[in-house]
Write a protein that binds this ligand. Structure first.
Ligand SMILES: *Cc1c(COP(=O)(O)O)cnc(C)c1O
Length: 361
């Protein structure tokens, strides 16, 4: 089976973990600090704060950016559920703006109409490894004096006009879950240039305590040194792993673009797309059914997944909360998208097998 995702763990990671285990200092310590410094340097921000997951990073980042009960945060309906849930954790309300059907990212032209007196921030996602139109969105933020937070959980190393994502907003978050472009098993990171956000995020991660006095309601969102040791090694390999994803994506596109009814990923001319997912659209009007295609690929030993079969506003939790939005572009995408293996562990022979399996009539 060619899995849809697979972490690439080498001897370096194993050695680094063993070293931490032998040291006896397993919890947050020097390795976390080192990983934070290296990650901030990579993204190009002054600060980085490691956490236990992308989800806890999102929660802490939103709180640190000042999101409170009653605030509205504009975000995309087409993402992993954690993006919107983190807004709920703060007692705030996610407000969904529809997506651009080409990039699957939030449509910069649909954001402004969603702004109300209660809007405090935009939480944008760089989906599948491609930056959203971050320049245009940043401008709208500045015009309306709103905060900008990037969910870069799928976009380690992605760029927009030559600048790394995670460095555009007031703050940004990354995930190191084991399916992401780099991993620590579970883990997350907040990046920011804002000293106050950085300090607040550090407090929230540690029960709200500085020097054992507890000033605010905090959490235990810490990363372990075991995880950080893996992260330090993974970060060194990130560019090479992304490079392999990009070249796999090119090969897939070369084969798939000839197949009627299948639409290959659009790459914005301003973006460096790092292909967390390689996601095609299956146009059923050409007589191809997505379900049948999935079945055929699985039979041929190829793992696939639909990211995401249901937009967030259509999920039961959100329906119960009263969401009745009509967001046609997100809803159509949910019916058509299909992700294929593109990760750094997929060989050229396997890519040819995937293309061949798609080509059979
Ligand atoms: C993976 C992911 C998250 C959550 O990260 P975890 O580390 O799994 O908590 C949040 N947002 C997006 C877009 C993701 O892909």
């Amino acid at each position: 089976m060619i899995p849809i995702a697979k972490p690439l763990i080498g001897e370096e990671e194993k050695r680094a973990v063993l070293e931490v285990l032998s040291s006896g200092a397993l919890a947050q310590g020097t390795k976390v600090k080192q990983f934070e410094e290296n990650f901030a340097g990579y993204v190009g921000t002054k600060y980085a704060i490691a956490t236990s997951s992308g989800t806890t990073a999102l929660h802490a980042a939103l709180l640190a950016a000042g999101i409170e009960k009653g605030d509205e945060v504009i975000t995309t309906p087409f993402s992993f559920i954690a993006t919107a849930n983190a807004i709920l954790y703060c007692g705030a309300k996610p407000v969904f703006a529809d997506i651009d059907p080409k990039t699957f990212n939030i449509d910069a032209e649909k954001i402004e109409e969603k702004i109300t007196k209660r809007t405090k921030a935009f939480l944008v996602v760089h989906l599948y490894g491609q930056s959203c139109s971050i320049d245009a969105i940043k401008e709208i933020c500045e015009d309306h004096d709103l905060k900008l937070i990037e969910d870069a959980c799928q976009a380690h190393g992605a760029e927009y006009r030559g600048r790394k994502v995670g460095s555009f907003g007031d703050c940004a978050v990354f995930s190191f879950y084991s399916t992401k472009n780099m991993t620590t098993g579970e883990g997350g990171m907040i990046t920011t240039d804002d000293a106050r956000i950085a300090e607040k995020a550090r407090l929230l991660r540690e029960h709200g305590s500085k020097l054992r006095y507890h000033d605010v309601l905090g959490y235990n969102y810490r990363m372990t040194d075991i995880a950080a040791a893996i992260g330090i090694e993974q970060l060194k390999k990130l560019d090479a792993m992304n490079h392999k994803r990009i070249s796999n994506a090119k090969l897939l596109t070369r084969g798939i673009e000839k197949i009627t009814g299948l639409e290959t990923p659009y790459i914005s001319p301003h973006a460096k797309h790092v292909f967390h997912q390689y996601t095609i659209r299956v146009r059923e009007e050409y007589g191809i059914s997505r379900d049948a295609l999935v079945e055929r690929l699985n039979k041929n030993g190829i793992g696939t997944l639909v990211y995401y079969p249901l937009p967030i506003h259509k999920q039961k939790l959100y329906k119960k909360l009263g969401y009745r939005d009509k967001l046609p572009m997100a809803e159509e995408a949910a019916k058509e998208v299909l992700s294929l293996p593109v990760h750094a562990g997929v060989s050229e022979t396997e890519i040819r097998h995937i293309v061949a399996s798609l080509s059979i009539e």
